[in-house]
Design a protein around this ligand. Structure first.
Ligand SMILES: Cc1cc2nc3c(=O)[nH]c(=O)nc-3n(C[C@H](O)[C@H](O)[C@H](O)COP(=O)(O)OP(=O)(O)OC[C@H]3O[C@@H](n4cnc5c(N)ncnc54)[C@H](O)[C@@H]3O)c2cc1C
Ligand SMILES: NC(=O)c1ccc[n+]([C@@H]2O[C@H](COP(=O)([O-])OP(=O)(O)OC[C@H]3O[C@@H](n4cnc5c(N)ncnc54)[C@H](OP(=O)(O)O)[C@@H]3O)[C@@H](O)[C@H]2O)c1
Length: 518
């Protein structure tokens, strides 16, 4: 379908995407300027976060791009199956948690578990997700001037040629950004009906789970586990490592971790750390999970719903076959700091190149490739970044943990709320978003910690459990890189009352020549 000379409204895009998703439209959706004889500077294979932002940046630098996606929309997995549903579920979990803890008090009615349905939320998401997809197709064409072919898989022929929908396109550079998918563990029974991951949960759930077992101990396990538990679906997490102590997460402070895990236990989530799933058992569909627990005993947990959060891997085989790109030992495409692969003129971006698998990295990888393709040597170092996950709280961190700081510095100062030793005695932090908890259930009011180097007075790390502080952490990341000191923190103007109390708490100590904990 040629769309080059047609301006579709957002509702028209939405309807078209829907028809493509249900198989009524099978032809490619083409927005390509076939009259333009100039060569492409880059073809982006995959129009997810990396491909779309890379395309936008290349256009902004005056280049010509083509982005190709097998799905009928740009934006990729984040708005379709990953981040956006996860945030909907996490927000719903926060609300349900709030309702439960306050059930029957003040103006709150009795919490009615029958109305808290996983399936309803999944269906709600599915009924609305194409609106964002439609917007991205519209914006990419009408505002960002991108060329694209959608609803058609691309085949890489060589470093300068891509085939899509029966036509070959040539390009100066190629950018690979086809993402990753769940790395399904080789456990007997794992393919039984009733076993889901984040993608199949959205596409295939057709019953209301009554009991859940999660395999994994990182972001997906904590986020989805918290949501399932909040709906009343009793959830057990089987994690090989300690929760949040998985290889993929860095800079997790132990006090923050303890607060998070305790909070999940208080809400009734069953947690087995050091557990090894042995088999998913079933009779046509899942009926249980057999696991070896940390003490060596074997147990079978009855369940009608297994959820896998065991990380993601790409399928990079087509690029090895067509191009001979080098992969790392886990199958991710190897790149340098400019996103260049081992093959000249071929770049790779986003989840395809491995951790961290986060939107900021995917988008900035695309931008980095675009800058280099347009002649600007530009390097992207993503070894340090602010990070987060959700339980029924927002859990946010950046920089060094207290333990990491103590390993590297000999005068570490910790400013935290509640202060060490007073955790059970005061209803603080009493912050934006946790006020009602502070007065009804003080132990649920959150946790915050700032770590300073006492000598240079510089902020080394910040750690937060609560609501609404994620935004601040985007800027704290920048300020830590710039070397902000406790005195400069104290100079800032807070908007009291706020989600994190780092400014005012820092000011209380900023006047001291010899910094001490607070
Ligand atoms: C459950 C979950 C929740 C997440 N939540 C967050 C979050 O809250 N915040 C955050 O920062 N990150 C989050 N992430 C990570 C984030 O979703 C990814 O890092 C990001 O989407 C990666 O972007 P990408 O462009 O590399 O890949 P993708 O967005 O996956 O895009 C790849 C694209 O390539 C296309 N494609 C594949 N093969 C072909 C082909 N042969 N031809 C044409 N097109 C093809 C696909 O259709 C897809 O559109 C989450 C991930 C998961 C799994
Ligand atoms: N920003 C966000 O909010 C957000 C949300 C969700 C997902 N994401 C991204 O999406 C990606 C996927 O998330 P994820 O939580 O699934 O992956 P992850 O962070 O890679 O963690 C994988 C988990 O599965 C465990 N595991 C791996 N293989 C296993 C096996 N064979 N048997 C048992 N356990 C196994 C790991 O344990 P070990 O540590 O012991 O190996 C670990 O706990 C991540 O890169 C993440 O950054 C981001």
């Amino acid at each position: 379908m040629q769309l080059r000379d047609t301006v579709l409204s957002i509702p028209e895009w939405e309807a078209l995407i829907h028809r493509a998703e249900v198989g009524e439209v099978t032809e490619p959706l083409e927005n390509v300027d076939h009259d333009d004889p100039s060569p492409y500077d880059a073809i982006f294979v995959g129009g997810g976060a990396g491909g779309r932002f890379g395309s936008a940046y290349l256009r902004a630098r005056g280049g010509r791009q083509l982005v190709i996606d097998k799905w009928p929309f740009l934006g990729g997995s984040c708005p379709h199956q990953a981040c956006v549903p996860h945030h909907l579920f996490s927000e719903a979990a926060r609300e349900m948690d709030y309702m439960r803890w306050n059930s029957g008090t003040l103006w709150f009615g009795e919490f009615d578990e029958k109305r808290a349905s996983i399936r309803d939320l999944v269906d709600l998401f599915k009924s609305g997700r194409n609106n964002a997809h439609a917007f991205m197709n519209w914006q990419s064409k009408e505002q960002l001037g991108m060329e694209y072919v959608l609803n058609a898989p691309a085949t890489v022929v060589d470093a300068h040629t891509v085939e899509v929908a029966g036509r070959r396109y040539t390009t100066r550079s190629l950018v690979l950004g086809t993402g990753a998918r769940t790395d399904v563990p080789p456990i007997p029974g794992i393919h039984l009906p009733g076993v889901f991951d984040f993608a199949s949960l959205i596409e295939e759930l057709n019953y209301e789970p009554s009991r859940c077992v999660i395999i994994g101990g990182s972001k997906i396990a904590l986020e989805y586990g918290s949501f399932f538990q909040a709906t009343g679906c009793q959830t057990t997490i089987l994690s090989r490592s300690k929760l949040m102590r998985t290889a993929s997460l860095h800079h997790v402070d132990e006090d923050l971790r303890t607060y998070v895990v305790d909070g999940m236990l208080k809400r009734g989530v069953e947690i087995h750390e050091g557990a090894e799933p042995i088999e998913v058992v079933g009779d046509g569909s899942v009926t249980g999970v057999r696991a070896r627990l940390a003490d060596g005993t074997e147990t079978t947990i009855d369940t009608d719903f297994v959820f896998i959060g065991t990380g993601e891997r790409p399928d990079a085989r087509p690029y090895v076959t067509a191009l001979g790109v080098d992969l790392d030992d886990r199958g991710f495409v190897k790149v340098d700091a400019r996103m260049r692969t081992s093959v000249p003129d071929v770049y790779a971006i986003g989840d395809l190149i491995g951790a961290p698998m986060e939107m900021f990295k995917a988008r900035k990888c695309g931008m980095t490739a675009a800058r280099n393709i347009m002649g600007e040597p530009y390097e992207f170092d993503f070894s340090e970044y602010p990070d987060f996950l959700h339980t029924t709280y927002e859990v946010t961190w950046v920089g060094l943990t207290e333990a990491e700081a103590r390993d590297r510095y000999d005068d570490v100062v910790v400013i935290q709320m509640p202060p060490k030793g007073l955790v059970d005695e005061i209803a603080l932090p009493c912050a934006e978003g946790s006020m009602l908890y502070a007065f009804t259930r003080p132990e649920l009011t959150g946790f915050q910690k700032a770590v300073y180097d006492g000598r240079s007075r510089r902020l080394l790390g910040a750690h937060h459990v609560g609501f609404g502080a994620k935004d601040a952490f985007q800027y704290l990341d920048h300020l830590i890189r710039k070397g902000i000191t406790i005195d400069e923190m104290g100079e800032m103007n807070e908007l009291f009352l706020n989600p994190d109390h780092f400014i005012q708490l820092s000011r209380l100590r900023a006047g001291n020549n010899d910094l001490v904990d607070l």
